[in-house]
Design a protein around this ligand. Structure first.
Ligand SMILES: [Zn+2]
Length: 117
């Protein structure tokens, strides 16, 4: 089975996000709607500069728990999100409607498919 390479899961609340992610950095996350037991990956995401803040955008949504990992750079976060996206079934299985986007002004390519030529 595919691995997220993330720590958690934790309850998706503002207090828990602040408890777990104390440094401002790029990073990756996954969300699940399930409230306990197996962490079924329903959504994968990343932030290029503020993982804590990005995760808080999801508080109060249909998701119940999160897992996360800090990234060494925005490019590392992008490439990990691509792997997570493909490993967990892409838009057919995930709630992600589209392939992960790359930041404007970069020529980064997905390590797994040809979407960016
Ligand atoms: Zn791809």
């Amino acid at each position: 089975m595919a691995s997220l390479g993330m720590q958690g899961p934790y309850p998706l609340s503002t207090a828990e996000i602040d408890r777990q992610i104390t440094r401002t950095s790029a990073g990756n996350y996954a969300l699940t709607r399930s409230t306990e037991g197996t962490f079924y990956v329903n959504y994968v995401g990343r932030s290029d500069n503020n993982l804590n803040g990005r995760l808080k955008d999801h508080v109060g949504s249909k998701y119940s728990r999160f897992m996360f990992s800090p990234a060494a750079s925005p490019k590392a976060a992008f490439e990990k999100e691509c792997h997570n996206y493909h490993d967990f079934g892409g838009s057919e299985k995930l709630d992600n409607e589209r392939h992960p986007d790359r930041p404007g002004g970069t020529d980064w390519k997905c390590p797994r498919c040809q979407i960016f030529g």
